[in-house]
Design a protein around this ligand. Structure first.
Ligand SMILES: [Ca+2]
Ligand SMILES: [Ca+2]
Length: 236
């Protein structure tokens, strides 16, 4: 009986160790690009429009405002006619393998908008966020469009009240290779200069920083339970 118990214990620990080691290898090879923001210059912190392609530059056009940011020092700001800009993220160039992309992990997108003005009604500026998941041929496989929305009333004069627009793409299947991210807005008071929507802290993230529910965790759990069982048996 004692021998059988000993064999069982050894077998148990061998399996646990194997699971633990294979999990550790999986953990080491886990792509750190999952969980990071894939947008270039997402919050205007370069002080310019680096990383973005201008689609519309209405009124006095896009600018970077060095105050009233949601995060950091700066935010993008629109003018009295529509301003829109975009970037296309090439996911393979960003370091994902086609196999990883075909797993179809959740894609989390987010962006923050605030109106600004001298009196409360002038802070009700407009914004819009559009995102498309695209395949290798740039065909759209899933999309999100906030529609044109009005920013919430903000403290005056020139205070900010940021609102987040976000979306999670789930169950979109295999084939993701590019993400198209576009945002924009327009000022409501139609003044020359820049009294329009502030946009800051955009993000596009695939998956999470967490290592997926892994054999590493299971192996460690089995190992701890095994130690616990052995200690209990020996103390009886
Ligand atoms: Ca910023
Ligand atoms: Ca305004």
């Amino acid at each position: 009986m004692k021998n059988l118990y000993s064999v069982k214990v050894r077998l148990f620990f061998s399996v646990a160790l194997l699971v633990f080691l294979s999990g550790s290898v999986a953990a080491q090879s886990y792509n750190p690009n999952f969980g990071r923001n894939l947008l270039a210059n997402p919050g205007a912190e370069t002080g310019d429009l680096t990383g973005w392609t201008i689609l519309q530059n209405g009124g006095d056009g896009w600018r970077v405002r060095d105050s009233g940011a949601h995060t950091g020092q700066s935010a993008f700001q629109v003018s009295y006619d529509w301003c829109r800009k975009y970037q296309v993220i090439d996911l393979v160039a960003e370091g994902f393998t086609e196999q990883e992309l075909d797993e179809g992990q959740n894609v989390y997108i987010s962006d923050w908008f605030s109106g600004i003005g001298v009196n409360p009604s002038q802070t009700l500026d407009y914004g819009q966020l559009k995102v498309e998941l695209r395949d290798a041929s740039h065909n759209v496989i899933a999309s999100y469009d906030s529609g044109v929305f009005t920013t919430p009333e903000a403290p005056t004069p020139y205070g900010t009240n940021y609102v987040e627009y976000s979306h999670v793409f789930e169950d979109y299947g295999a084939g993701l290779r590019y993400i198209y991210f576009e945002h924009g807005g327009i000022d409501t008071e139609y003044w020359a200069g820049h009294y329009g929507t502030l946009i800051d802290s955009a993000s596009v993230v695939i998956g999470t920083k967490m290592i997926p529910f892994s054999s590493w965790a299971i192996g460690l759990g089995v190992l701890l339970i095994g130690i616990f069982v052995v200690v209990i048996r020996r103390s009886l």
